[in-house]
Design a protein around this ligand. Sequence first.
Ligand code: PXG
Length: 451
Amino acid sequence: MNAQLHPVPSNIEPAANTELDAFWMPFTANRQFKGNPRLLARAEGMHYWTADGREVLDGVAGLWCVNAGHGRREITEAVTKQLSTMEFAPTFQMGHPIAFELANRLTAISPPGLDRVFFTNSGSESVDTALKIAIAYHRAKGAGQRTRFIGREKGYHGVGFGGMSVGGMVNNRKTFGASMLQGVDHLSHTLNIEHNAYSRGLPQWGAHLANELERLIALHDASTIAAVIVEPISGSAGVLLPPVGYLKRLREICDKNDILLIFDEVITGFGRVGKPFASLAFDVTPDLMTTAKGLTNGAIPMGAVFAHRKIYDACMQAPEGSIELFHGYTYSAHPVACAAALATLDVYQKEGLLTRAASMSAQWEDAVHSLRGLPHVVDIRKYGLIGAVELEPRGGKPGARAFEIFLKCFERGIMVRQTGDTIAMSPPLIIEPKQIARLVETLGSVIRETA
Ligand code: PXG
């Protein structure tokens, strides 16, 4: 492998396979990476170490998932114990105790009424599951014509056909345009730099954008719409915050029209915003809530869809002994994932991590906003322990400046995320003040040096 750590010449023979060629990497500039790989070999606490032994401060909790920091012994032990006790058990027409225990533990911290849990293996599966449950719910209530979904521009809901269709990121959609779900429409996104640049707290301008839902209802008729799906805070598109009052307005319009409201909390769930879930932070309760990532601290893949009890109850109408919902995954509530999630919840609770972002928030805000005024910076957005720096795009090369900054940051020992012309940060919730300072100072000096 060592030989491959060095740049591969661009004139390499196509047939000359290297050790890095076989892995077709997800959401990656494969050729760029394989020419100049960034290989991570070990992780503990707030840090990764590269294959060549360099320490890297993790500014993104892996991919927004390692909320309690890396290498948590309690999770490792729970997983190891479960593997040696029962590595797998089916949950189709069978069950195992910790699946039920986990569901109960989760409903103890979930928003009011969301006390039924369907397990998946990822955020994408959670989203597609929630969309299917929404359709099944209306059908069970005699409204089988409600099959339409309303998503939002710049939304990210994973990469399944459902999630891709309700999502609103053009690069994720354009290749697959003809294969989208039928009957999906989109609200406008809520990013507005002209009105809201450098907002502290939620932006004041933009609640009226929720009224677009009324326009779409007038266009399609409420009787055709199953659900509206939004991220309370959009992560992947560059940290887009909901304007004050926006989510409440969506909730009101959905209620008035019997449309379900789905919050995709794959990023915002499990403490990222200073409460266990963003719906609790923003005091707006959806009917369905999708989660993954922080559920197991990223240690084992797992997702969970929280459904309001009314939805579960409405679906429980099949004849005695029949399956009520024809949906599920071989690995729904996989015992090892359940063990990881239970141990993760223990860590979160013991260390107060589901609310720690709230107590770090002011300091994080000041640190992130200290980047205001640096060259090419046009906006700074933050909530809880999420932060984003929006950069002016280089003429004709969208994303190029931010990608260069991401690469340089990694060389300087900090890991951030680049999406378009935004640098996003979402550190593990255990981050200490000194590490916040190092993260932001390093990013600042890289921005200063980047033309
Ligand atoms: N919904 C939301 C809101 C997400 O952020 C998914 C669904 C899909 O989850 P899975 O587990 O299927 O990947 C996500 C995933 C980034 C980044 O840095 C964000 C995600 C994944 C990878 C990178 O923007 N979010």
